[in-house]
Design a protein around this ligand. Structure first.
Ligand code: WTA
Length: 649
């Protein structure tokens, strides 16, 4: 570990920053001693329709988890992201769209974006979508995806964006859970030169009877590719816009009315629909975007995430647009046409701030200096990282090659459930330690507890919890508040449990060590082992499956699956390939197993619980130190799994 390397804040960075070390300390103190006063003041950055009188009304008590911020205030998120900027910066570019094909681009001003959002909001109303209705958005990375989100927000509909890489089945499950009335999609997506059959996937998803709530499918034309058309149900986005009026008054929404649902994987069961509400979420996304990235008007900001993930919601759409920023939306992937794509986009659009994931950095790093060869990069002044722990080697490559040893890196730790960044350096305040997300943002009180819930003081390692609420926090899980309470507030009573482990050093810096539950993080994407297992056992020839994460050079974690076949089915390479393809089809390409190992049996306790600890060790060839296996129902399976693993090397 490079514990010794420390990068003090450079004087020129302090000079241009909102927050230096003294300001950080003072504001942080104030934010935790007097959260009401602190957040009342910060909330002025939003435009409220009716001002709030109450600020923080929150309880983490597991008998009564209730989280409300600014509850009696009203506002509209799309107004805050659009209308209020028109006077001062209507002609400023709001979205720079860079197509998958490097020659495709669009520049959309705030005025243009506002007009299209208003039109589409009217069009949605025309399709009988109203306040409180759920709309599923299954789109490629095109400006219309942002328009769709903001149009929902404008009329008080709740959007549920589903990542375009998810399968028809995964999409159907998410539609069924929230009973959405309308699905917005495109004919096809385009990624890395390949077409993604989005409309065909929607058609297939809607054959599932559980999706009966859907009346209309709105289809945006992206590639013009051949698609099937159901005229009673399908409508072209472009046709709707043509006839829709351009004036649409924003709906007055309560601060605690839902803005969106976003499905994410947990350690058990089906994906959870995380509920974010309007006021606190928007305030938190906006403040963190400004302070963590030191965003100044006129700068070009690029977050490489997909809008299908929370990072896209908070740091491509809501945070930047609430701040009147120019946000870059990239349709493609970093490796297409080749690994210089990120550097080329930076130079082409004069990107000042780049926010990406360690997996993309490691993919570039694998090619040495080639990804930055010939690039200028002088527009850049700040780098960010998110999604998984960044290993010091990748940090240094990022710092030296992309950042030219000039740009601070903000390693931002947060989650779908937290709405925005919770632990992060602030560029002008925090000396950097490669691999550490460093210190809490304003109002955030992290702590470490041991497995019994005892607080760990000073330097140490344990389970990462947050002991009090912040405005961006999720309020519930859609339709299942009990599951919300059970998942986050029962493990350690009275605290929000993150599911992550962390270490805190002598300087109070946090080092996230990764998930401590059965959630994997593959290329920065969250995936539940239970989800992959249940998709695997749905295959007619599979009796049982157990999934563990294994270290992977580029993806961070790879997916390793132990499979027990039905009696009489014989293992073969063809079957192995078929099972991989099966998972791609059932969940999506991001869930494709890296390794499938045949397992005559799985190590289980007498009560039937699979001992993943043992499977994790075998998958990396650590056959010693498996701990006490005598409590297993059948200890002999361990040796046979070891033998099979040896045979695969
Ligand atoms: C992991 C993504 C270490 C963590 C915003 C968390 C990180 C999960 C970091 C949430 C980071 C995210 N360092 N680990 N900087 N950022 N994680 O919900 O395990 O897709 O619990 O939200 O990603 O993933 P999610």
């Amino acid at each position: 570990m490079c514990a010794a390397s420390l990068y003090p804040v450079r004087p020129e960075v302090v000079a241009r920053s909102f927050t230096d070390e003294a300001a950080y300390k003072a504001m942080y103190q104030q934010s935790v001693i007097n959260p009401d006063g602190f957040w009342r003041e910060q909330a002025r950055r939003l435009d409220w329709i009716k001002p709030f009188t109450k600020v923080k009304q929150t309880s983490f008590d597991d008998h009564h988890v209730d989280i409300k911020w600014f509850a009696d205030g009203t506002l509209n998120a799309s107004y805050n992201c659009l209308d209020r900027h028109l006077e001062a910066r209507g002609e400023q570019v709001a979205i720079i769209w860079e197509g998958d094909d490097p020659s495709a681009q669009r520049l959309i001003t705030y005025r243009e974006l506002h007009e299209e959002v208003c039109r589409f909001a009217n069009a949605l109303r025309g399709q009988d979508v109203h306040r409180g209705d759920v709309v599923t958005i299954y789109m490629p990375m095109i400006p219309e995806a942002v328009v769709a989100m903001l149009a929902c927000a404008r009329i008080g509909a709740i959007h549920s964006v589903v990542f375009g890489g998810f399968s028809p089945d995964a999409l159907a499950g998410r539609i069924a859970d929230c009973r959405s009335k309308v699905v917005i999609t495109a004919d096809e997506g385009l990624r890395g030169g390949k077409r993604v059959p989005l409309k065909a996937n929607v058609d297939e998803a809607l054959t599932n009877p559980d999706t009966y709530s859907v009346n209309k499918v709105i289809v945006c034309k992206r590639t013009g590719g051949d698609i099937k058309w159901h005229s009673h149900r399908d409508i072209w986005y472009e046709d709707l816009l043509k006839v829709a009026g351009s004036i649409c008054a924003p709906k007055e929404m309560g601060a605690e009315e839902p803005l969106f649902l976003l499905y994410t994987s947990g350690s058990t069961g089906k994906p959870k629909g995380v509920v974010h509400t309007t006021g606190g979420y928007l305030l938190y996304a906006s403040l963190t975007h400004e302070r963590v990235f030191d965003y100044r008007p006129g700068e070009v900001y690029w977050c490489t995430a997909d809008v299908g993930w929370v990072t896209g919601h908070s740091y491509i759409v809501y945070g930047p647009l609430a701040n009147g920023a120019t946000t870059l939306l990239f349709e493609g992937i970093p490796s297409y046409p080749d690994m210089t794509r990120i550097s080329k986009i930076i130079d082409k659009h004069g990107v000042n701030i780049l926010y990406t994931a360690p997996t993309a950095i490691r993919a570039m790093m694998a090619q040495g200096r080639a990804p930055v060869e010939g690039a200028d990069g002088s527009s850049l002044r700040l780098l960010g990282s998110v999604g998984e722990p960044i290993n010091p080697e990748a940090w240094h490559w990022y710092y030296e090659n992309i950042g030219r040893e000039r740009c601070p890196i903000v390693d931002t730790w947060w989650q779908t459930e937290t709405g925005g960044i919770l632990i992060t350096p602030l560029p002008g305040a925090t000396s950097l330690k490669p691999g550490s997300a460093s210190r809490p943002f304003f109002g955030v009180q992290p702590a470490l507890v041991d497995n019994l819930g005892n607080l760990i003081e000073g330097a140490g390692e344990g389970n990462l919890v947050i002991i009090d609420s912040w405005p961006g926090q999720a309020r519930s899980l859609h339709g299942d508040h009990d599951r919300f309470v059970d998942t986050y507030f029962k493990t350690f009573k009275g605290m929000y449990f993150t599911g992550d482990g962390a270490r805190r050093d002598e300087d109070g810096y946090y080092w996230i060590t990764g998930r401590v539950d059965d959630v994997l993080n593959v290329s920065g994407h969250r995936m539940g082992t239970a989800e992959i297992e249940s998709a695997m056992v749905a295959h007619p020839q599979v009796a049982e499956a157990a999934v563990v994460g294994v270290p992977h050079d580029v993806k961070g974690q790879g997916i390793y699956v132990y499979v027990t076949l039905n009696d009489g089915v014989s293992a073969s390479e063809a079957l192995r390939q078929e099972l991989k393809a099966w998972i791609r089809r059932e969940i999506g390409p991001i869930a494709t197993p890296d390794v499938i190992q045949w397992a005559p049996g799985l190590p289980k306790t007498r009560s039937g619980k699979i001992m993943r600890r043992i499977l994790r060790k075998i998958s990396v060839g650590e056959y010693d130190g498996l701990g006490d296996i005598s409590t297993l129902a059948d200890p002999s399976v361990v040796q046979s799994l070891i033998n099979i693993h040896r045979g695969m090397q």
